[in-house]
Design a protein around this ligand. Structure first.
Ligand code: NAD
Ligand code: UDP
Length: 321
């Protein structure tokens, strides 16, 4: 698995930076491409002195020419707050980004993996979600720039496979959290932990009865690397996530318990089209990748709380950025 040159788009983001680190640890050369839309230089600072690591500032919605063996396409804001800020750019990143990276893969004969999302299932009517489910997505809602962008990217990947026999892999990632999340990420785990650590009110959107399944970062990265190593005929899409399902209220209570916080819970309006339930069926990942998550939510939250606690003390400026 080592000795390859690997391109990671979105490599300075939460997941991308950990993926770069792990690929370097396994003996690969890594080219990290990012336009720093939501990524942070501090995520990859520790990699910059590694001679096998290269950083390029580039927007994937424009063509890119590099010589690599494998491409992990992660470039895309993942938090609703950020992907909704500039919906046109989100669609461009998803669609033009996929076209550019697939064109590159075709030209140089590289394997290419797409980080798709459980959002392709929308507000799912099938529970838990299996890969065969086509989803329930509003094409013109506030989440559609991301949901439909990612769905179109899957279509593009599959079309390049059919038409050009490209070596493609698609993973559908379910809510993933962990150290390295940006303090202003806006997703639920980082919001709740930062609020709890500062004894600020914890913002529950809606009545908190909606569910999510939370996967720890390191478990997710392992599954992605295993997926890239599968033979040509394995293309996915494959669900990757932790099947443990929790309501948002349960998550808030657990974060309060683990931080010993005095925070109160406050209600905020539920955003439009917010999925009511989400849990991956990971039968395929177990069978094909011989993988399942090993980090329970409590343990993963403890590690993430430690990270944010240290960050608040070391870099309060960054936490306000
Ligand atoms: P993130 O926002 O931390 O990272 C995304 C990275 O992509 C950032 O570094 C950002 O600057 C970069 N980026 C955005 N647009 C770009 C562009 N046009 N050109 C180059 N770089 C660009 O998010 P993350 O959680 O690390 O997510 C990484 C990938 O995983 C995304 O594709 C996301 O859709 C997917 N995903 C993540 C989750 C999750 O829960 N973390 C769930 C489903 C899917
Ligand atoms: N959420 C919340 N409070 C917050 C942030 C999010 O109650 O401060 C809820 C949100 O409405 C959703 C769930 O938590 O039901 C997960 O939201 P997130 O933005 O993390 O990701 P999503 O799975 O919705 O893309």
């Amino acid at each position: 698995m080592g000795n390859r040159t690997v391109l990671v788009t979105g490599g300075s983001g939460f997941l991308g930076s950990k993926l770069c680190e792990e690929l370097l640890n396994r003996g690969n050369d890594v080219v990290c491409v990012d336009n720093f839309y939501t990524g942070a230089k501090r995520n990859i600072r520790h990699l910059l002195s590694n001679p096998r690591f290269e950083l390029m500032r580039h927007d994937v919605s424009f063509p890119l020419y590099v010589e690599v063996d494998e491409i992990y396409n992660l470039a895309c804001p993942a938090s609703p707050v950020h992907y909704q800020k500039d919906p046109v750019q989100t669609v461009k990143t998803c669609v033009h980004g996929a076209i550019n990276m697939l064109g590159l893969a075709k030209r140089i004969g590289a394997k290419i993996l797409q980080s798709s999302t459980s959002e392709v299932y929308g507000d799912p009517a099938v529970h838990p979600q299996v890969e065969e489910y086509w989803g329930n997505v509003n094409p013109i809602g506030i989440r559609s720039c991301y949901d439909e962008g990612k769905r179109c990217a899957e279509t593009l990947f599959n079309s390049y496979r059919i038409q050009c026999d490209l070596d493609i892999k698609i993973v559908r990632i379910f809510n993933t959290y962990g150290p390295g999340m940006h303090p202003n990420d806006g997703r639920v785990v980082s919001n709740f932990i930062l609020q709890a650590l500062q004894n600020k009110p914890i913002t529950i959107y809606g009545d908190g009865s909606q569910t999510r399944s939370f996967c720890y970062r390191d478990d997710l990265i392992e599954a992605m690397i295993r997926m890239m190593a599968t033979p040509h005929e394995i293309t996915g899409p494959i669900n990757i996530g932790n099947p443990g399902e929790f309501t948002i209220l349960q998550l808030a209570e657990l974060v309060i318990e683990l931080t010993g916080s005095k925070s109160e819970l406050i209600r905020k309006e539920l955003p439009a089209d917010d999925p009511k339930q989400r849990r991956p069926d990971i039968t395929k990942a177990k069978e094909i990748l011989n993988w399942q998550p090993v980090t329970p939510l409590r343990k993963g939250l403890e590690l993430t709380i430690e990270y944010f606690d240290a960050l608040l003390k070391e870099d309060p400026e960054f936490c306000r950025s």
